[in-house]
Write a protein that binds this ligand. Structure first.
Ligand SMILES: Cc1ncc(COP(=O)(O)O)c(C=O)c1O
Length: 403
């Protein structure tokens, strides 16, 4: 008898799967009360994989996923998680990820539905970013991989035109310079790209983005699509495919049948086999619509402005730079020496994380002419309310001993 990996009792499996679906939904509904928490030693010990794993029942697996895995994530679903630039995910992600796992589509190419879904996601993004119709693109793990792909296309072009690339804030000015000099303009717009969906004045931050040769950005940050999913857009399709297309005979495309469906995504990146990233993006856009997604971006920028105003109103605190989008960087007490400020800000960051109150990350910035480790909030969470911002800044003030 051959072993099958299918459940032996589908009814029992179905009941356990429903139990896990319910606890996943419960957890997301209760995200506000589920901050990051450290992984207890005994839980970590339970992650151990032995040399001769005996296999477990579905009930045991569901218990492990529910009780020993789900509670110990990064905590970025919580509305006062402001650290680094983490996306928050959305309930529809549970739906699309479940269907993607069921279909288990290989999206490297060929002719099937998920390839057409990915083309729609790329084309929607292209239109939002103002790239021309014949732009090519591919969904990738994130902005890091997207940038490597764009750089490879730029490098292939540069074999005949050797120059450098640029990076900047005023994208129209950069595009002018790149055009004059024959440079490849790549824009790393990991989260900032989505200000294209926002209201004024935030949308204007990315004016000119559609003039780039290539851009990289993420759906898993500000678009709240579950990890992972980034995208690269490349203005010149021929330059994109020239950098990656290399199909051996056994991958020859056909006019019809499953081997149809040209162009194949494997010709636009480093992967041959590719998972179904597009479905979760498509589901998110369909479920919420462009305007609402844009409003969440605008609201996050407004929350950052609110945080900036609270910092400015506190006599001991100081912004390191004006708040122009969703980032707020500040020091908790300018009366201290630069070193003492750095120590204080690092302690506050850790104390607030460990208490489950809020997650600020840290960064180096200039305060009064000196380099100081500051608190940094990047607000990308659709659950963050004005009250969350007030709670977080009040907690900083208390931790700094102001209150
Ligand atoms: C501006 C910028 N570029 C690139 C990245 C890396 O993106 P990813 O983590 O999706 O690879 C980040 C991540 O925060 C970012 O903020």
């Amino acid at each position: 008898m051959t072993d099958s990996l299918d459940p032996t009792d589908w009814d029992a499996f179905r009941a356990e799967a429903h139990r896990l679906l319910d606890s996943s939904l419960d957890r997301l509904e209760d995200a506000r009360n589920r901050p990051w928490q450290p992984v207890p030693q005994e839980v970590r010990a339970g992650y151990r994989l032995g040399d001769d794993e005996p296999g477990q029942t579905t009930a045991e697996i569901v218990d492990a996923l529910q009780d020993r895995m789900m509670p110990y994530a990064t905590g970025n679903t919580h509305p006062r998680f402001f650290g680094w630039v983490h996306g928050t995910g959305m309930a529809e992600g549970i739906l699309s990820e479940m269907v993607a796992a069921t279909m288990n589509a290989n999206c490297g190419g060929r002719d099937h539905g998920m390839v057409y879904v990915e083309r729609e996601v790329i084309d929607w993004t292209r239109r939002q970013m103002g790239f021309p119709e014949d732009t090519s693109g591919v969904l990738v793990t994130g902005t890091s991989q997207a940038t490597v792909i764009a750089l490879q296309a730029a490098r292939v072009r540069a074999l005949t035109h050797v120059r450098t690339t640029g990076q900047a804030d005023d994208l129209n000015a950069l595009a002018d310079i790149a055009g004059d000099q024959g440079l490849w303009l790549h824009i790393d717009a990991a989260f900032g790209a989505w200000t294209r969906l926002a209201a004024a004045p935030y949308r204007q931050l990315t004016d000119g983005i559609g003039r780039a040769d290539s851009m990289a950005c993420d759906f898993h940050k500000w678009m709240a699509v579950p990890y992972d999913c980034g995208i690269v857009l490349i203005r010149n399709e021929a330059e994109h495919s020239a950098a990656f297309a290399a199909r051996p005979a056994y991958l020859t495309g056909m006019d019809s049948g499953l081997a149809g469906g040209d162009p194949w995504f494997c010709d636009y990146g480093v992967d041959l086999s590719r998972g179904n990233r597009a479905l979760k993006v498509w589901t998110a856009i369909k479920a919420h619509g462009t305007a609402k997604l844009g409003r969440t971006v605008t609201a996050n920028c407004e929350r950052a402005a609110q945080m900036g105003a609270l910092v400015t109103a506190a006599p001991q605190m100081q912004l390191a730079a004006p708040v122009v989008s969703n980032l707020c960087v500040f020091t908790a007490d300018t009366r201290l020496s630069p070193d003492a400020q750095s120590r204080l800000n690092m302690r506050i960051s850790q104390d607030l994380q460990n208490a489950g109150v809020a997650v600020f990350s840290t960064t180096l910035a200039e305060i009064g002419g000196a380099s100081v480790t500051c608190l940094r909030a990047a607000i990308t969470n659709h659950r963050t309310t004005p009250e969350d911002v007030e709670i977080a800044i009040a907690a900083v003030a208390r931790a700094a001993g102001h209150a």
